[in-house]
Design a protein around this ligand. Structure first.
Ligand code: GUN
Length: 290
């Protein structure tokens, strides 16, 4: 039976560290760090993530506002808002919740954010620094996963790490972090066109599932003793729940936990850690601004 990697508990550790650092920072006479969160439209999942970020910010002493716009905001209006936030010296970090409506070019919006305020680490400058192994803002989900591996004492050097999913915000940066000198994993990236996926995942010492499909990773795809990290947050209908759905990961948790050595649950795994890392990025943005 796998050991559970308790994302909530690890996130609480990281948040406690950030809270202490924020207190030390303000004790030196600085104003508290400030994060501007931009939310467009009424995607219920996005609204829920943004509420979680605001709650975590308050918890660690970071100020934040959620700037909420209707779905019909134009790309030009959104770019103009970002320009104003870039110029505002009281704003340390800027986060635009994704996805954006189809009429807005997401990449254009990400690139409009000043790299020194890129709390999400999605700007090409941040991604470039990550790939080069230079200090910079790292996307919160893969950075949080690295933190979970380290804090759980899971060895990475020489391990075969298989990342399933090639998104810009998880799969690609995750693979690059696992590849860094000092981490030293041997990395394979798989995606929807990968041939004989199960044969590859079965050879993984560390398996990161970031596909976005409920219960995609089944027990037969996992090597006994492997570390299984589940990035998925999928809503599946559940009439027994008051809200009519429940959240499940990309991993068939109940079956895979019998095989794996370590496993992250959903909810309570990668999600809370992602938010904690965003708080750390925001604090770092405030410190760099001064
Ligand atoms: N949408 C899904 N994950 C994320 C994230 O980490 N940051 C932002 N801004 N949007 C997301």
């Amino acid at each position: 039976m796998a050991q559970i990697i308790d994302g909530k508990a690890l996130a609480a550790q990281v948040k406690a560290e950030v809270k202490t650092e924020v207190a030390a920072w303000t004790a030196q006479g600085h104003r508290p760090p400030y994060l501007a969160v931009v939310l467009v439209g009424d995607n219920p999942a996005s609204a829920s993530y943004v509420r979680g970020k605001a709650k975590d910010a308050a918890e660690v002493g970071i100020n934040s506002d959620t700037l909420h716009y209707e779905t019909d905001i134009t790309e030009a209006e959104l770019l103009d808002l970002i320009r104003r936030l870039n110029q505002d010296n009281t704003v340390d970090g800027i986060l635009v919740q994704l996805p954006l409506p189809d009429h807005i070019n997401e990449q254009k919006v990400i690139e409009a954010i000043a790299p020194e305020k890129d709390a999400d680490g999605f700007h090409p400058a941040s991604i470039g620094q990550l790939v080069l192994g230079q200090p910079g803002f790292q996307p919160a989900t893969p950075a949080g996963i690295m933190e979970m591996l380290t804090r759980s004492g899971i060895p990475t050097s020489g391990a075969h790490a298989v990342v399933v999913g090639r998104s810009n915000i998880v799969g690609k940066p995750m693979a690059n972090l696992l590849l860094q000198k000092g981490v030293d994993a041997t990395v394979t990236i798989c995606h929807s066109r990968t041939r004989d996926l199960a044969a590859i995942t079965r050879s993984a010492d560390i398996l990161v599932a970031a596909i976005g499909r409920a219960h995609f990773i089944t027990a037969d795809m996992v090597k006994p003793g492997a570390t299984v990290i589940d990035v998925g947050i999928n809503r599946v209908d559940d009439a027994t729940r008051e809200r009519g759905y429940r959240l499940v990961g990309d991993v068939d948790f109940e079956a895979v936990r019998d095989i794996a050595g370590w496993i992250t649950p959903v909810p309570g795994g990668v999600g809370p850690m992602t938010r904690a890392m965003l708080m750390r990025n925001t604090l770092n943005a405030a410190k760099r601004a001064t």
